[in-house]
Design a protein around this ligand. Structure first.
Ligand code: NAD
Length: 525
């Protein structure tokens, strides 16, 4: 039996843990632009249109040139998956588990190169990229361990009757991944269906296709057969939508925006004549995550947790804090300390280890966020300056604090997915909980409090898939904090938790009457 242990995160205050950084960045940069083909049955497909993605911190630097997969590529991948699926699911569970454990080891061994590529492709800073990769390693090891547990099934045998309850893989799984956790989320979304014996079609996000290609190759190197794992880069609304529509794809494993997630759910419910499956969809979507700061909270801790939660990876996390709900009795003190702390955040290139705030993912995102800042400029109470040298080269958006009393407007309700947080003042704890729950979303939530009654009340009443008390609300760790939301934040089992693998499995019960009435004559020798 394999025992799961979380992979440790490197301590970057130690010199020995930093030596690789500049060397790995230069070696990675020397490969640019990285051509990202489609790969079906191990064969690269190159002769289609491409699109490029630029380094968010240096808009003139092209990181990747990714292929726009089309329906023909998809059809080839489906045909190959159907042929390869039989032998993959027929392999012993131990073989698939070993392949996943090997994938984890390969990701851990290649962490420096993956980290360098991630910071250049997505603008994630070095400690956050490290955490992303460590989580990818954890997902592989955790799902390997979990599969070992699940695959044993359940036996209930009586005299004359044997009953076995177990699981079979569902078939072809379409994985549609986001760019914001380009290693962890993508790896987990593929590792789980693969270890269960499914075939996987991977559609990476446009903005992180190169790192997706790197990870995909590590899966194959570890032993996943190319016939059951195909790589289909391209535009979401084109190849992504085709995967969703395809009648032979049994499960869509999606993480991304609410708009796309809801459209996928509608499409999956639309069973076409002739189709023999009801497509299942796991959709992990957005959040408008609240944090309550209670009157007696430890404000030093609360300020630190709020900053980390709101501005980590420039607020581009589904778990990011966006509604900071502070009790009247400590509001003014908290507000002053919070503004002071945000003013001292280090905005710099992600290539600099000390950088806390980097660029947002692309120009489209920058323009969208600047429009939000402009439309709500009267609510701004603090905005961190971006140095000119950065503004000229990359997609930097100033970390911004808004203050509002309007619970109906966008500041309280709309996911921004950027370095923006809004302060709200409430009269008392009851109002704080009511406001926190008054949302379409239920992904993460936080409470800073030293009052045991309030802590208890929050545990019972706050609507969130992940509630954090007296700590930051981002950075869920595999197995310790299985992750995922409900309401309009998502449907599906929690990633990194004990129910996740079952989404890719068909439970079956086999009952055999063992009170045999004689034997087949021709089988008796
Ligand atoms: P997005 O929905 O635009 O894209 C996500 C993926 O879907 C990409 O691979 C994209 O190419 C693909 N896609 C886009 N349109 C599609 C379509 N019509 N059909 C099929 N696929 C399509 O999201 P994004 O902007 O890349 O990511 C940000 C969003 O993701 C935020 O809302 C964030 O909260 C959410 N997110 C949620 C979680 C979670 O676990 N709940 C984790 C990360 C990100």
């Amino acid at each position: 039996m394999t025992n799961f242990k979380n992979e440790p995160v490197r301590d970057f205050s130690k010199e020995s843990n930093k030596e690789w950084i500049s060397d790995s960045i230069s070696k990675t940069r020397a490969l640019f632009p990285i051509f990202v083909p489609a790969i079906v049955s191990g064969k690269e497909i190159k002769n289609l249109k491409t699109q490029s993605h630029q380094n968010p911190a240096r808009q003139k630097e092209t990181v990747s040139q990714y292929l726009l997969s089309d329906i023909e590529v998809l059809q080839k991948a489906i045909t190959a998956s159907k042929a390869g699926f039989r032998s993959w699911r027929g392999r012993s569970s131990q073989e698939r588990i070993s392949i996943l454990l090997k994938t984890a080891d390969l990701i851990a061994e290649n962490k420096n190169e993956l980290c360098a590529l991630m910071l250049l492709e997505t603008g994630k800073n070095i400690p956050e990229a490290e955490a992303d990769l460590v989580e990818a390693v954890d997902f592989c090891r955790y799902y390997a361990t979990e599969y070992e547990r699940i695959v044993r099934g359940q036996r209930v045998d009586l005299p004359g009757e044997e009953n076995f309850y177990s699981y079979k893989p569902k078939g072809i799984v379409g994985v549609i991944a986001p760019w914001n956790f380009p290693a962890a989320i993508l790896t987990g979304m593929c590792a789980a269906p693969l270890v269960c014996g499914n075939a996987v079609l991977l559609k990476p996000a446009e903005q992180s296709s190169a790192i997706a290609l790197y990870l995909y190759r590590l899966f194959l190197k570890a032993g996943v057969p190319p016939e059951v794992f195909h790589f289909l880069p391209g535009r979401g609304e084109e190849i992504g939508a085709e995967i969703v529509k395809h009648p032979e794809v049994a499960v869509i494993n999606f993480t991304g925006s609410r708009e796309v997630g809801l459209s996928i759910l509608r499409e999956c419910g639309n069973v076409k004549p002739g189709s023999r499956i009801v497509k299942r969809a796991l959709c992990e979507m957005g959040g408008k995550n609240p944090m309550i700061v209670d009157g007696d909270a430890d404000l030093d801790l609360a300020v630190e947790g709020a900053i980390h939660s709101a501005f980590g990876f420039q607020g581009q996390k589904c778990s990011a804090l966006s509604r900071l709900i502070v009790l009247d009795s400590c509001y003014d003190t908290f507000r002053a300390r919070f503004i002071e702390a945000v003013s001292s955040l280090n905005v710099d290139s992600p290539e600099i280890l000390a950088s806390k705030i980097g660029p947002v993912i692309d120009l489209e995102s920058k323009n969208r966020l600047e429009t939000i800042l402009q439309e709500h400029k009267n609510f701004i109470v603090f905005q961190k300056e971006i140095p000119d040298r950065l503004k000229e080269t990359g997609h930097y958006v100033p970390p911004t604090i808004f203050e509002s009393h309007d619970w109906k407007g966008d500041l309280a309700n709309k996911e921004f997915f950027g370095p923006i947080v809004t302060l709200f003042r409430v009269r008392n704890f009851t109002e704080a909980i009511e406001r926190a729950n008054d949302s379409d979303y239920a992904l993460t939530a936080g409470l800073y409090s030293r009052n045991p009654d309030h802590t208890r009340e929050a545990k019972e009443t706050i609507e969130a898939g992940n509630l954090y008390i007296n700590r930051a609300i981002t950075g869920a760790i595999v197995e310790r904090q299985p992750f995922g939301g409900y309401k309009l934040s998502g449907v599906g089992a929690k990633a990194g938790g004990p129910d996740y693998l079952k989404s890719f499995l068909e439970p079956v019960t086999i009952t055999e009457n063992t009170m045999r009435r004689g034997f087949s004559a021709e089988l008796i020798q």
